[in-house]
Design a protein around this ligand. Structure first.
Ligand code: FE2
Ligand code: FE2
Length: 163
């Protein structure tokens, strides 16, 4: 049995969280360097990659993971409402980053703000949502993981397809 296929929903989502954290760290390192000017293209590319990855991640959570969890946690929706509101805030920051479109001091500030917002959001998912998902008996996290992975691949392919 391939190890990758066994990743359940929480493991898959948390692997995304870790991957995007690495991108944020990479961005901050470039933005802080004295050669920040020289890394403008690299920073722009990294910022757009962060936006793309987070948008897909939020979309698969909203389409697949959150609704399944909402159903399983009948009546206990505060956390999911809060998580969804945080997605909206992140989407606004992502839209602002895409509007600026190239690395400069304003973009550095927005990326740093997005990093803080995502860090907070991820902590809540990890510490509060995932334990609830794991404790919900009718939730098949392995099946959900497959659905998340399939949809993620679909969205990544759409992103790479010529417009
Ligand atoms: Fe997440
Ligand atoms: Fe989320």
């Amino acid at each position: 049995m391939p190890e990758f296929a066994d990743k359940d929903a929480c493991q898959l989502l948390d692997a995304d969280h870790i991957a995007v954290k690495h991108l944020f760290v990479g961005y901050a390192r470039l933005a802080m360097a004295s050669s920040a000017e020289a890394t403008q293209n690299e920073r722009t590319e990294l910022a757009m990659k962060i936006c793309d990855e987070l948008s897909i991640h939020a979309q698969i959570e909203e389409e697949i993971f959150y609704p399944a969890l909402r159903e399983a946690l009948r009546g206990d929706n505060d956390l999911l409402d809060e998580a969804t509101a945080e997605h909206q805030e992140a989407k606004q920051l992502i839209a602002d980053i895409r509007t600026i479109g190239k690395a400069n001091a304003a973009l550095d500030t927005l990326v740093a703000e997005l990093n803080v917002a995502i860090e907070h959001h991820v902590k809540e998912e990890r510490d509060e949502l995932f334990p609830k998902a794991k404790a919900a008996p009718e939730l098949d996290l392995v099946l959900l993981g497959e659905q998340l992975r399939d949809r993620q691949k679909e969205l990544q392919a759409e992103l790479l397809a010529p417009a």
